[in-house]
Structure formats: structure tokens, C-alpha cells
Design a protein around this ligand. Structure first.
Ligand code: ZN
Ligand code: ZN
Length: 325
């Protein structure tokens, strides 16, 4: 994996933990000071049920952050998933208090610390995927699935996490005796989703520990059986997961149909639809998702639309983390 070259100056840390946070408002203020003093950028959420964060900084800055976090008894065992990057993947530093880490809005909440799906390590997940009696549930949203997903995973036709209960009721009710395999980007959403499935009477529920991102870093499976690339909520938008010979893109440019993982927002101010478009067509159409949008008078896109265009070439659909969806 390219992550092991130790030559890139920046690190992105992706992490979460369900643990009691007594005062999320106070905690957020203190934590913002810490992050600013370390010159980190990124987004961190505190809720009474825990912490969820993605931060970016230099090797020294992120090492110091992990050292300080691990010295806190609440976060002593925090698992940081680390990516190496050529430059910052965020522009600012946000630390915010929230009611929930994952916006589920259940009338009766589920607590993953009490009961959650059985954790599968990457190799266990890979082996379980060969079992014919499984149903693989993508614990994310439809537009994340479109960029990349595990082979055979059901596409959840939802735009935000809180739509899951209704979708499960409509689509999965016949599968209560099957082995349910759930996965998401880093693992945080499946802690709750798998807990919810258990509560709804599904018998055997599993979750991929460390999520897609952890799976892509595992030296043994090397991201095998993951098609396309993984959606992330920072300026990278898309990160590679499958490092085997079978790795391939599944998304195609809306104009010329070439395979591309360039996921951009339509330049028409009244549309702004996120769509796949290769860089050549982005340049040719002013980043429009259709001919109608190209002719729109309210066209906001003027290339290059941001200074990161050359290195990232994409803009995030929404400036928020997965947990807020
Ligand atoms: Zn194209
Ligand atoms: Zn459009």
C-alpha cells in the first residue's frame, strides 16, 4: 500500500469512540483550543455518547495529538486510522457539540455499549463474504454506494442515516434469519445500525470493525472484494481501498462514459447535483451535469474553481461529516 512509503508530509486521522462524555459543550471548547494550538484542521463532534473525528496535520502535529488523546483515560484505546497525504485535506478546524454522534433520531435510542453486532476483523469479513447465506447491508447512503461498495452489497436507497429504520422495515423484513453483514466508512454508523437490527429481531448481525477504511489498510486482505473507491467527507472525496489486481472503478463520466471517480457538484447554481464527470468533460462543460445545466444563466462554475483543483480536482458534496447525516 502506498500509505507505507513514509514520504508524504501530512497525515489524516479518522477515529471515533462510544464513551460517556459528561459535558459535550465544555468538552468541545477545550478540544478546539487543543486542536488550534497543534495547528490541526478537520472536524470533530462530541456527544453525550462519544467522539467522532477526522483531523489533518503534519506528522509531528498528528503524533502529538494521538499522544495527548491516548493519555486521556477515556480515549486510551482510541484506534486512529491513518492516511498519508501530500497536503491538507481540510481548510478549517471545527469542534462541535451534538445530541447524537450518528443522527438516527429513534424514539428509543440504541446504545452500542450495551449491545451491538459481532465485530469482524478484515480477514473474518472477507471469509464471511464467501458464505452463501449472507445479506450485506451498506450502512451508508446511496451516493456513497455509487462511488464504491463491497461486491454484492445492497444499495440503501436513502440520502441520510435517519431514513434507515423505514428502509429496513420495507426492504429487509424477510431476511431476519439470514446472517446480516453491515459496514460503513470507519465503523461508527454500523455500531448503531447493527444494534438497531438486533433490536428489530434480526438473529445474526455482524459489523466490519474499522469499516471500509480499516479494511483497505489490512495487509492480508488488501481491500479485496471492494469495487470502486470509498467516499470520504473531506477535500479528497474519494480514497482507494482495493489494492489487489481486481481493483477497478465502477463510476462513469456522465458525458463520455469513461470510468472516473471524479465526483463533482454541478456548476449550475440551481442544480448543484453531485455527479461523476471526468476532468476533460469538466473543463468542456464548465462542470455541468447536463446540457440544460450548461446553458443555465445562473452558472457559478468558473474554472479553476478552487486552488486545490490541480491536486484534488473535486469538491465535497457537503461540508460535514458522515455522522451528521
Ligand atoms: Zn468525460
Ligand atoms: Zn445540473
Amino acid at each position: 500500500m502506498s500509505q507505507h512509503t513514509h514520504s508524504l508530509p501530512y497525515r489524516v486521522l479518522l477515529y471515533y469512540k462510544y464513551v460517556t462524555i459528561d459535558n459535550p459543550i465544555e468538552e468541545s471548547k477545550k478540544h478546539l483550543k487543543l486542536c488550534l494550538s497543534l495547528e490541526l484542521k478537520g472536524r470533530i463532534l462530541f456527544a453525550p455518547e462519544g467522539i467522532n473525528g477526522t483531523v489533518c496535520g503534519t506528522v509531528e502535529q498528528t503524533n502529538e495529538y494521538m499522544r495527548i488523546m491516548h493519555a486521556d483515560p477515556r480515549f486510551h484505546d482510541m484506534w486512529f486510522k491513518i492516511d498519508e497525504e501530500p497536503e491538507h485535506t481540510f481548510r478549517k478546524m471545527f469542534v462541535r457539540p451534538k445530541k447524537e454522534l450518528v443522527t438516527f433520531r429513534l424514539s428509543e435510542d440504541v446504545n452500542p455499549l450495551e449491545k451491538t453486532g459481532v465485530y469482524l476483523q478484515p480477514k473474518e469479513w472477507f471469509d464471511m463474504m464467501q458464505d452463501p447465506d449472507i445479506v450485506i447491508i451498506d450502512g451508508r447512503t446511496d451516493y456513497e454506494w455509487d462511488l464504491g461498495h463491497f461486491k454484492g452489497a445492497i444499495r440503501p436507497s436513502i440520502e441520510s442515516f435517519k431514513e434507515f429504520p423505514e428502509w429496513i422495515e420495507k426492504n429487509l423484513s424477510d431476511f431476519k434469519d439470514k446472517k446480516m453483514l453491515t459496514y460503513c466508512t470507519g465503523g461508527i454508523r454500523c455500531e448503531k445500525l447493527s444494534a438497531y437490527l438486533l433490536k428489530q429481531g434480526f438473529n445474526e448481525v455482524y459489523q466490519l470493525h474499522g469499516g471500509i477504511v480499516g479494511y483497505g489498510k489490512d495487509a492480508e486482505v488488501k481491500g479485496a472484494l471492494f469495487d470502486g473507491t470509498c467516499y470520504v467527507f473531506d477535500e479528497r472525496v474519494s480514497v482507494p481501498i482495493n489494492h489487489t489486481e481486481d481493483a477497478h472503478l465502477i463510476s462513469h463520466c456522465v458525458y463520455c462514459k469513461t470510468p472516473t471517480d471524479s465526483y463533482v457538484n454541478c456548476g449550475n447554481f440551481d442544480c448543484h447535483r453531485q455527479h461523476f464527470q471526468c476532468l476533460e468533460c469538466v473543463a468542456k462543460t464548465n462542470c455541468s451535469c447536463s446540457d440544460t445545466c450548461m446553458e443555465s444563466p445562473r452558472h457559478e462554475y468558473k474554472p479553476p474553481f478552487n486552488r486545490k483543483f490541480e491536486s484534488y480536482r473535486r469538491v465535497p458534496r457537503r461540508n460535514q461529516t458522515a455522522a451528521e447525516k
